[in-house]
Design a protein around this ligand. Structure first.
Ligand SMILES: *[C@@H]1O[C@H](CO)[C@@H](O)[C@H](O)[C@H]1NC(C)=O
Ligand SMILES: *[C@@H]1O[C@H](CO)[C@@H](O)[C@H](O)[C@H]1NC(C)=O
Length: 460
């Protein structure tokens, strides 16, 4: 009698386990979204599809207003003795940066620099979408092919991230068969792209908008590149529109599905080389250190995914507060040891991003008043975490190139990423660099993009 009971329970448990596993492993369909939503305020109107040239020209009043605010007496709290950046942005460093911003940083000159590429706006689904275009420098070099590339920024970045890498993409490089015609859009609600008036504009909706943008520009097939949100949007676009995407190059990717997660656990208990190669151990282990690092560094994410408008009010009111919030990310995400330096690394001679460029990016957030709408993107996407998780479970057959920068917060070995990307053409461990690869290591990132696209083009 006892044995039969045991058997029945065993069969039931096995049955349930199988059902659960089946549910996890079945490839879900791509969720359907409204093909023609209206994100703008008011009633839908006939789409105006013209592409309008746009010049960055911040009104004098706004520039004066920033000057006035930066001139107010600072109300900063001195850091704890010896804490450096481990409690967040050190107010001593912030003070030095604000002084530079007030006295040395020259917006007139920076604006001119930002306008060195032609910018445009076009209305898609009720929103004015901003983009810049960096044209391929047509060359005599025989056999060099011009290919279109959509290059997508993240948070707390903007199109400003790409000014150092653009010349390396648009001009022929040694050992490369391609040059790029680059389109850098601003995500809706970021910088000069209008923000949605309605809830629900997340990754899938952005992917649809960017596909419409490229088609409007005459590109039915193109390459994708991105880090941060740019990487996740690229991941979504390659999965949703495989017929339009020639290849997808990512400098941040973590596949969150049962396969890689089981490998992560197995790799922690099995000797190196069985599930996780010796060279990849640092990317994942020690697991405890990685988990506590992620908990420590993602408070912003929880906040932005839940109540973005609350903190947004403070950040949009004070340029000093905005700089504090954004620069802390540039400190930690470029090098994980930076919080242990008194200036968070930001003022060191060898900090990979010039202060002027850091301030250009902050000015784009400030002058467009877009910090709140940029943070809402987390609420739209993490509120619907299931869509993000689900997209990871849909395999992508589009050729993929992965550039792994050692200071990135989260890196996975190739055999983890392969659960999602079935055709990894290049996977390159880079010698240096972190989250803002295009700004920090433009040479390395550009070389990797050229290598990947040249390899894909050879197969076509
Ligand atoms: C900023 O640069 C512009 C253009 O080069 C120049 O005319 C202006 O005097 C500069 N402003 C300051 C405060 O240095
Ligand atoms: C802060 O920086 C000082 C000077 O570089 C260093 O000696 C100290 O260990 C650092 N403290 C922390 C908590 O990182």
């Amino acid at each position: 009698m006892g044995a039969i009971k045991f058997l029945v329970v065993g069969v039931l448990v096995a049955g349930v386990a199988f059902k659960v596993a089946e549910k996890m492993l079945v490839i879900p369909p791509i969720p359907a979204i409204d093909p023609n939503p209206w994100w703008g305020p008011g009633q839908p109107q006939p789409e105006d599809t013209t592409i309008k040239p746009f010049k960055i020209k911040i009104p004098e009043n706004d520039v004066e207003d920033l000057k006035t605010r930066l001139g107010l007496p600072l109300r900063l709290t001195p850091p704890l003795i010896g804490a450096n950046f481990t409690y967040g942005m050190s107010q001593n460093t912030l003070e030095q940066i604000v002084t530079y911003w007030k006295t040395k940083y020259n917006w007139t000159e920076r604006e001119k620099k930002l306008n060195q590429y032609p910018h445009f706006k076009t209305r898609i689904e009720g929103l004015d979408i901003h983009f810049l275009r960096a044209s391929a420098k047509v060359t005599e070099k025989k056999g060099t092919k011009v290919v279109p590339l959509l290059l997508i920024h993240g948070w707390p970045g903007s199109f400003v991230e790409f000014y150092s890498i653009l010349p390396l993409l648009t001009k022929p490089q040694d050992g490369s068969d391609v040059v790029f015609e680059v389109i850098c859009p601003s995500i809706p609600g970021y910088g000069f792209s209008q923000s949605s008036a309605k809830q629900g504009l997340g990754l899938m909706e952005t992917s649809q908008i960017f596909l419409k943008l490229m088609k409007r520009l005459g590109y039915d097939k193109f390459y994708l590149q991105g880090g941060d949100w740019g990487a996740i949007i690229s991941n979504f676009m390659a999965t949703m529109y495989p017929d339009n995407i020639l290849g997808v190059h990512l400098n941040m990717v973590a596949v969150n599905t049962p396969g890689p997660n089981i490998k992560l656990i197995l790799g922690a208990v099995l000797p190196a080389g069985i599930v996780v190669a010796e060279k990849d151990q640092d990317k994942l282990y020690p697991l405890g250190d990685k988990f506590s690092m992620i908990a420590r560094e993602t408070g912003y994410l929880h906040l932005q995914a839940t109540k973005p408008d609350t903190v947004g009010a403070a950040l949009n009111q004070s340029p000093v507060g905005l700089a504090s919030y954004i620069l802390e990310k540039f400190s930690t995400w470029t090098h994980q040891n930076n919080p242990h330096l008194p200036d968070g690394g930001l003022l060191q001679k060898d900090f990979p991003i010039p202060l002027d460029e850091l301030l250009d990016n902050i000015c784009v957030y400030w002058f467009t008043g877009s910090i709140t709408s940029s943070m809402r993107y987390y609420a739209e996407n993490f509120g619907r975490m299931s869509a993000t998780f689900l997209m990871d479970r849909i395999p992508c057959e589009v050729p993929a190139g992965i550039a792994v920068f050692p200071q990135e917060l989260l890196n996975q070995p190739k055999n983890f990423i392969a659960h999602k990307f079935h055709d990894i053409v290049t996977y390159t461990d880079q010698p240096a660099g972190g989250h803002f690869a295009a700004m920090e290591r433009p040479q390395l990132l550009a070389a990797d993009i050229h290598k990947f696209v040249s390899a894909v083009e050879k197969r076509r």
